[in-house]
Write a protein of this length. Structure first.
Length: 95
């Protein structure tokens, strides 16, 4: 059957330099600024990827949310969410 992607969850945690509050799972992450998604990415380990200073599109004051996805589905899920949301930081040289 067709894979169904989860709705985009609201912001859950503020971005930090150590990844506090993020799970050690694979998934799609959403970077929020001013109550809108500004970047979508994928990671095999969310708590190690979604950190300030370790990612060009995540900065002070940004919020994060995520959906768990199996590693084999990451590229498809990321493409889906980017296509639907068209987040500005995915399409520009940010920072």
């Amino acid at each position: 059957g067709l894979h169904r992607f989860a709705p985009v969850p609201p912001p859950k945690v503020e971005a930090t330099r150590l990844g506090e509050g993020l799970p050690n799972v694979s998934g799609i992450y959403f970077v929020w600024s001013d109550d809108r998604v500004v970047y979508v990415g994928q990671s095999r380990r969310l708590c190690g990827r979604c950190i300030i200073g370790g990612h060009h599109a995540i900065g002070d004051g940004d919020m994060l949310s995520w959906v768990e996805e199996p590693i084999g589905q990451l590229k498809y899920a990321e493409a889906f969410y980017i296509g639907v949301l068209k987040p500005e930081r995915n399409f520009s040289l940010y920072r």
